[in-house]
Design a protein around this ligand. Structure first.
Ligand SMILES: NCc1[nH]cc(CCC(=O)O)c1CC(=O)O
Length: 311
């Protein structure tokens, strides 16, 4: 099938999202030198509303308007952070993932203007994060610091930190790389110290279901290992059925021998209870591994923890 002449790419309009689109354009230009691309930026609910996300139907707050533009035919290809795409429900009807790009760094970073590490933060340090996942883990490991609500795209959060609205920040390394601000990192946190969210560091390309010419054209940008990891992680979250206030973390990894494993956790918001599971796929396909890890956590009481958190 011929590669479409013009590919209109829709995405959030934050600096990070637009950098992601530039990566996709560069990879497309290499794969299909003849194809032209155009960028269709849209502002999402999650970008407009800087209050508590659970008040604006938290899930999908960063994807709804992008999906709508794709379905309305205003664009042909959507670029999403997998982390922002709800996994408890199927993708919006009529759309499919055509590729998962090679995964970036999955870790979170501490940003402290004085260069302190997490263990060096003095009591009472205000860490800016609205993430229940980050807050629960920090409450467990560093109970003497406190989290203060902090929203807005990464550039805005850095500006608010500089303005003194918090003493430190937690942000994803991948996002800081994309906006060219790794200079602010004072410590990269290992997944053992701060377990990442499902889908961390993965960009997905989404197309209209019937658009096989485009699906074929962009599927070559997909990375097979990332596909396995993202599929296991998203099925895990789908089976678990969390909500936007439930602290859930986890990541799958394809090791050097090609073996896929998935580890995941469910926390209470205060971090005092932590359920853990870690399984290898063996002969299981990625989605079945995700299901198995979710069931292992449900068997330990994950449902009661998740349902017991206000949302
Ligand atoms: N919720 C915003 C968001 N969505 C994806 C990333 C980071 C990049 C990625 O993991 O793909 C971020 C910023 C952050 O959490 O620091």
């Amino acid at each position: 099938m011929p590669v479409p002449e013009l590919i209109r790419i829709v995405s959030r309009d934050s600096p990070m999202a637009l950098a992601q689109v530039e990566r996709v354009r560069a990879e497309l230009a290499e794969l299909h030198p003849g194809a032209r691309t155009e960028v269709v930026p849209v502002r999402t609910t999650g970008d407009k509303w800087l209050g508590d996300l659970s008040q604006v139907e938290g899930k999908g707050a960063f994807t709804k308007e992008v999906d709508a533009a794709l379905l309305a035919g205003e664009a042909d290809l959507a670029v999403h952070c997998v982390k922002d795409v709800p996994a408890d429900r199927p993708l919006p009807a009529g759309t499919v993932f055509a590729a998962f790009l090679k995964r970036d760094d999955i870790r979170d970073a501490l940003i402290h203007p004085g260069g302190l590490t997490l263990d060096e933060l003095p009591p009472g340090t205000r860490v800016g994060t609205s993430s229940v996942r980050r807050a629960a883990q920090l409450a467990a490991s560093h109970p003497h610091v406190r989290c203060v609500p902090f929203r807005g795209n990464a550039n805005r959060r850095l500006a608010k930190l500089a303005a003194g609205e918090a003493d430190a920040l937690l942000l994803a390394v991948a996002g800081l790389e994309r906006i060219g601000r790794t200079d602010v990192i004072s410590e990269v946190l290992s997944p053992e110290v701060m377990m990442p969210p499902i889908g961390a560091g993965v960009l997905a390309l989404q197309c209209r279901e019937g658009d096989s010419a485009l699906i074929d054209a962009v599927s070559g940008l997909g990375d097979p290992d990332t596909y396995r990891e993202a599929t296991a992680e998203r099925m895990f979250l789908h089976v678990l059925q969390g909500h936007c206030n439930s602290p859930i973390a986890g990541f799958a990894r394809v090791d050097r021998g090609g073996e896929l494993s998935l580890r995941a956790c469910v926390f209470t918001p205060d971090g005092k209870t932590r359920l853990n599971a870690h399984e290898w796929a063996g002969r299981l396909d990625p989605a079945t591994l995700g299901t198995s890890v979710a069931v292992a956590l449900l068997r330990q009481g994950a449902r009661e923890i998740i349902d017991g958190i206000a949302h």
